[in-house]
Ligand binder design. Sequence first.
Ligand SMILES: Cc1cc2nc3c(=O)[nH]c(=O)nc-3n(C[C@H](O)[C@H](O)[C@H](O)COP(=O)(O)O)c2cc1C
Length: 221
Amino acid sequence: MKKAILVLLLLAFLFVGAGCGSAPVQAPSEASQTEAPAEAPAPSQEPESAPPAEPAESGSEAEAEKSVLVVYFSATGTTRGIAERIASLTGADLAEIIPAEPYTAEDLSYNDRTTRATVEQNTPDARPEIANEIPLDGYTTVYLGYPIWWGQAPRIMSSFVESHDFTGVTVIPFCTSGSSGAGRTGETLGEQAGTGTFLPSTRLSAGISDSDLQDWIDSRS
Ligand SMILES: Cc1cc2nc3c(=O)[nH]c(=O)nc-3n(C[C@H](O)[C@H](O)[C@H](O)COP(=O)(O)O)c2cc1C
């Protein structure tokens, strides 16, 4: 009888011992099965969403820079200097109106009334040809620079405004001169263009300081 009780006790001990040992083996394997799918999608989602953000940002920056253009004609470099400084201060693009037939020093001599520039200014419908294309697509503000010739904008400026569509564009004319003011040159160019909003022109001195130039830019916007 004692033997039988001992055998039963031994069997009971063995059964309980085997049952306790199986539990810790299964627990980690269940945990690893539920964690794996949760972690897997995370790395694959990050690289997919990150790259599109950069091109979208740089595209909108490029569009913002492209909305302002400085266009100028300059026969002897004074207006060019101002135009370059405006472009630099505003972050605008820059485009030069290049005559198909360049003006020589003799063409520009205003001591002789028979020279080319003077004859053109005395001929209201003269329209000197422009050599280059200056597309205005995408621009909403255009600074427009030129020298004063006999109190007016050079006729090539009329060639430019009459051959472009300024719809939706604000045009900010400016000029340089020996001493004459801008007069009504901005308004006249606006009438010749027939489209866009042309502000009155401003004569800017070749030696204008950066801070005065910035003040003028601010006053126009
Ligand atoms: C044909 C011609 C006519 C000019 N007429 C005038 C004028 O009426 N009043 C004036 O103050 N300056 C006059 N100027 C001087 C220019 O306006 C001045 O030098 C201007 O800054 C030149 O600009 P640019 O170097 O960009 O061509 C004339 C210059 C030329 C060549």
